[in-house]
Design a protein around this ligand. Structure first.
Ligand code: PAF
Length: 282
């Protein structure tokens, strides 16, 4: 199948409108590009479960609260398009920032309120981040109006917020969360891994190992003890610095003291690269 690359909102909307008019189900995978096997797992599922799979590749400026992070985010559209063609993706939406946003939208952003879901963890350390994510995802949903949309569980908080947004905004879209894909070493796949040196990558492997090991402790230790243990163990690894590790309820994302329905979410700096991961405790 030849994948068609679309650069304008009008063309993207016209194509997806026509697909819906023809009675086709649309599986949508929003991405920021620099695709890896984690994205491919979402795409494969979208291809399998829908008549047509549509992917967006758009590095969204409004969700970065650090200009350098935005500049350094890998951009690999040619490689991404070739990969998506192999996976059987019909359409790739790859707009420029100017196409996606008017100057007004860039300067005056809507403030979304997710009743606490967006205030903890990533929301606390990256103010405005989820506002930007919701801004772009809602725009993409409005254009594509897909049947199903696929998101990775590595960004667990993002997934929870998008589910909430879809409910609050009455989107008739099934939001599907897909499990984290890991290297054989355990390292969670991320576009940011491309920025790790070979040595940093070896160091980063410790993050998932410590998270997995913490699962063994739940029979003897309470939530707060395991939380402290994880932070201490990761910080003991030279080259790793924990930004936060929080064990929260999977639905509310609020701190919990019960193991039932608990998930531990971590952000760690490996050298200059900010990595996230999580582990479920049941
Ligand atoms: O998870 C991502 O890659 C981004 O946050 C998303 C959902 C594509 C929005 O820009």
């Amino acid at each position: 199948m030849n994948t068609q690359i679309i650069e304008t909102k009008a063309a993207f909307k016209a194509i997806t409108d026509q697909l819906r008019h023809d009675g086709k189900s649309i599986g949508f995978v929003p991405t920021m590009g620099a695709l890896h096997d984690g994205h491919c797992s979402l795409v494969r599922r979208a291809v399998k479960e829908n008549d047509v799979c549509v992917v967006s590749v758009f590095c969204n400026p409004t969700q970065f609260n650090n200009a350098e992070d935005f500049e350094k985010y890998p951009r690999t559209i040619e490689r991404d398009a070739a990969l998506l063609e192999k996976e059987g993706v019909a359409f790739v939406f790859n707009p420029s920032p100017e196409e996606m946003y008017t100057a007004d939208e860039m300067n005056h952003r809507f403030e979304f309120d997710f009743g606490g879901l967006d205030k903890v963890m990533e929301g606390k350390y990256r103010p405005g981040h989820f506002n930007g994510v919701v801004q772009v995802v809602s725009k993409l949903f409005d254009l594509a109006q897909p049947t199903r949309a696929y998101f990775g569980e590595k960004d667990f908080q993002q997934l929870a917020i998008i589910r909430r947004m879809a409910k609050l905004m009455n989107y008739d879209i099934e939001i599907i969360g897909c499990p984290i894909v890991r290297e054989a070493s355990g390292l969670a796949l991320s576009s940011r891994n491309e920025r790790l040196s070979a040595e940093e990558k070896r160091t980063a492997i410790n993050i998932s190992h410590i998270l997995f090991e913490s699962r063994q402790l739940t029979a003897m230790q309470n939530v707060s003890e395991v939380q402290h243990w994880v932070i201490e163990q990761i910080n003991l690894v030279p080259g790793l610095t924990v930004e936060y590790y929080q064990i929260v309820d999977q639905d509310t994302l609020q701190p919990t003291d019960k193991w039932d329905n608990a998930i531990g979410c971590v952000t760690v700096y490996c050298g200059p690269v900010r990595l996230i991961d999580n582990v479920k405790y049941n």
